[in-house]
Write a protein that binds this ligand. Structure first.
Ligand SMILES: Nc1nc2c(c(=O)[nH]1)N[C@H]1C(S)=C(S)[C@@H](COP(=O)(O)O)O[C@H]1N2
Ligand SMILES: [Mo]
Length: 258
């Protein structure tokens, strides 16, 4: 601006006719220059905002404590129907260990107590179920990223598969077992956490104790409850129906973005 001002003063001081002409011409140019700069910065802002809001790495909206829904429905399985799970639940999951294997450098088994010692993330987010209901809840857990950094991910790994304790559909071959999968973009997303607390309390059995996935950019059925094992794979075509999840094998989209 001071540059414009100086030049204007200089031009006003020159011969009137040429000066006035030059002044109007220069003013337009200078104004355009300013407008260009403004537009450029606005465009950069829009681009950054779009990357932030719409890219695969964008964050899901987070809410405040006051927004937490007074009731949050339990959907799908409410208690896994297996003896193994019943024994684990009876022992308050002290005997449970999260197994992480497949295409990782260092397979691990991590107890709930050890998971709780790792740096945690808390987020208040909205859960959207395809059945047409939503609820806002507060989730605390370990970023999946930090687990994967511990185990190391082999270069061929493309997806993280979550094997759950419950059978949502009774079958002879086990194909009714709940499972889900996400790609590594979502697996390393900062809001992708393995939650062991909901609304400040230990995760209830209804909501997926001892551990459930929160992958906040996607719909409810991706939020695998009752996680027993995480497997890194290069393809999920050989798993159950081959579509990457219990509901996906029954026709739902694999990438359920919201
Ligand atoms: N293991 C397992 N995970 C699951 C389901 C399930 O039946 N079993 N249902 C899914 C669906 S459709 C939804 S909407 C949410 C429900 O989570 P909530 O019971 O905490 O509301 O969990 C998802 N994860
Ligand atoms: Mo759902």
């Amino acid at each position: 601006m001071s540059h414009v001002f100086t030049r204007r003063r200089f031009l006003v001081g020159s011969t009137l006719g040429a000066g006035a002409l030059a002044l109007s011409g220069c003013d337009v140019l200078d104004q355009n220059g300013d407008i260009d700069a403004v537009l450029r910065s606005a465009e950069q802002l829009t681009m950054k905002a779009q990357r932030l809001l719409q890219g695969r790495n964008a964050l899901a909206r987070e809410f405040t404590e006051a927004d937490i829904s007074p009731s949050f429905r339990v959907n799908g399985t409410s208690v896994p129907d297996s003896d193994e799970y019943a024994v684990l639940a009876e022992g308050e999951f002290k005997g449970w260990k999260l197994k992480v294997g497949g295409l990782v450098e260092r397979p691990q088994e991590i107890s709930l107590a050890d998971l709780r010692k790792l740096p945690a993330r808390t987020q208040i987010t909205r859960h959207d179920c395809v059945e047409g209901w939503s609820a806002i809840g507060k989730w605390t857990g370990v970023p999946l990223m930090s687990i994967l950094n511990r185990t190391g991910v082999k270069p061929t790994a493309r997806y993280a598969v979550f094997h759950c304790a419950d059978e949502l559909e009774r079958t002879l071959d086990g194909s009714g077992r709940y499972y889900e999968s996400i790609d590594l973009v979502d697996a390393f997303h900062p809001q992708t956490i393995l939650a062991y607390e909901m609304n400040g309390q230990a995760l209830s059995i209804g909501h997926g104790a001892p551990l459930r996935l929160r992958v906040e950019r996607q719909l409810g059925y991706k939020q695998a409850k009752y996680i027993m094992r995480i497997e890194l794979v290069d393809s999920f075509s050989s798993l159950w129906g081959g579509n990457g999840g219990f509901w996906e094998d029954r026709g739902y989209e694999w990438y359920a973005g919201i």
